[in-house]
Design a binder for this molecule. Sequence first.
Ligand code: ADP
Ligand code: MG
Length: 325
Amino acid sequence: MTLRNYIYGIWLGLVLSFSVAADWYREEAPVMGTLITVELWHEDAERGKALAAAVLDEMHRIDRLMSTYKPDSELSRVNDQAAREPVIVSRELLGLVMRALSFSEVTGGAFDITYASAGKYYNYRESVRPTTAQLEQALPAIDYRHVKLDTVNSTIAFDHPGVRIDLGGIAKGYAVDRSIEILRKAGVLNALVSAGGDTRVIGERWGRAWKVGIRDPRNRDGVVTMIPLMDLAISTSGDYERFFEEDGVRYHHILNPSTGQSTSAVHSASIIGSNATTTDALSTSIFVMGVTNGLQLINSLTDTEAVIIDNQGRMHYSAGLDQAH
Ligand code: ADP
Ligand code: MG
C-alpha cells in the first residue's frame, strides 16, 4: 500500500464515520401532562442521544419541583403552608414565581397564578366544576397581590386564607427555556424543544427555518398557518386542550381571574417571542384579555408578536406580522 493510498484510506474512514454519526436525534415522552419533543442535530451519536435524554431529565426535574399533582413537590408544600407562615423555597421556584407576578403586573391581572384558588375545584377529565358557593368563597383569594415574596430569606407567604398557586401557565415554557440552555451550553447549533403548546428552536433545520403549525381550534387534524422560526419561541393557548361541555357551554382550563370561570372571547392565542417563559405566560394572558386588549399589549412590547383566533374563527395579527402579510 502506498503512503498516498494509506492517507486516502484514513481520510475516507473519517468522512464515513462522520457522515454516519452526524444526524438528527429525537426523543419524545409524556411529562407534565403533555408530550415533550426534543429534536437536535449532533455530529456524535452518543452525545446526541445523551443530550436528548438530558432534556427529558430536566423536564422531569422541573415537574417534580413544580407540579401541583405531586403532593410532595416544593410547590405543593407552599400551597399547604404559606397561608400560615412563610415557606422557605429554592431560589429557582422563588425566581419563577417572581416572574409570574411580574406578568400579572404587565397584563393588568389577566395572568394570575392564584387563579388556582378557584381552579382547584375543576376536574376537566371528570367534568367537575365549582359550585356557586365554592366559587363565591374562592373569588376573594384570587389576587396575585396575596403572594408575598421575601427575596432575602427566599420565602413565599400568602396573606389571605384559601390562596392556591399553580404555575401551569408558565412552567412548561420555563422548562423549554432551561432545556434550550442545556443544549446551547453543549454547543448544539440546531434544535427544537417542545412541551405541548410551548416550543423554542435553536438555528434551523436542513438549512431552512423551523416551521411550527398553529392548529385549527375546531379541527383536531387541521393547521391554519405555519410560522417559520429561527432562534425564537412560540406558545399557543387554546380552549381545545383540556375542557368538557355541559348544556352547550365549554368549560376549559384557562380562567378569568376576576370571575374564576373560563373565558370565551377567543379560541386560541399564539405568541412569538425570544423565550418560551415569556411566550407561555403571554399566550395564557392574551387568551384571557381577548383580541383588542391583547393586541394592544403585544403591540406595545418589542420583539413579541401574536396570532389570535377569535370565537368566530377569524384570525387577528399583531402589527409586526400584519406588515409581513
Ligand atoms: P397549556 O397548559 O394547554 O399549554 P396554557 O399555557 O395556556 O395552556 O396554560 C393553561 C394553564 O395555565 C392552565 O392549565 C392553568 O394551569 C393555568 N392558568 C389558567 N388560567 C390562568 C390565568 N388566568 N393565569 C395564569 N395561569 C392560568
Ligand atoms: Mg401559557
